[in-house]
Design a protein around this ligand. Structure first.
Ligand code: SF4
Ligand code: SF4
Length: 108
């Protein structure tokens, strides 16, 4: 049971809380757009594009994370980089993950 409490966190609010696989997702993205085309929320006009979730995390990690400037004034992953509107537009249907060419996991 050691470490069980840490495993109970839901989602991530900072890039440091993402796994190494999730952080590398942006670099493996082929930018094929299949996830965007499969997303019912995107098709319905909601403010979400699953490919952008992946790409924004990559850009944020490169711009903020690797420069170790995640303190004062740095944009927040949730709210600044990825808006709450985007997050709440997701229905968690998993269509984007099921069609991803490189098995990226947009939902987690
Ligand atoms: S899980 Fe969310 S982002 Fe992915 S296709 Fe469904 S609604 Fe779109
Ligand atoms: S389906 Fe996968 S590889 Fe294609 S754009 Fe979306 S995240 Fe990138």
């Amino acid at each position: 049971m050691v470490g069980a409490k840490e495993d109970l966190t839901a989602g991530a609010s900072r890039w440091q809380e993402l796994t190494w696989k999730q952080l590398l997702s942006g670099f493996s993205c082929a930018e094929c757009g299949r996830c965007d085309r499969s997303c019912p929320a995107t098709a319905s006009g909601y403010a979400i594009q699953p490919q952008q979730i992946i790409q924004k995390i990559k850009t944020h990690m490169v711009q903020v994370g690797l420069k170790a400037t995640n303190g004062n004034g740095a944009p927040k992953l949730v709210g600044d980089v990825i808006s709450e509107k985007e997050l709440w537009a997701c229905t968690t249907c998993l269509a984007c993950m099921n069609c991803c060419a490189v098995w990226n996991e947009q939902v987690p």
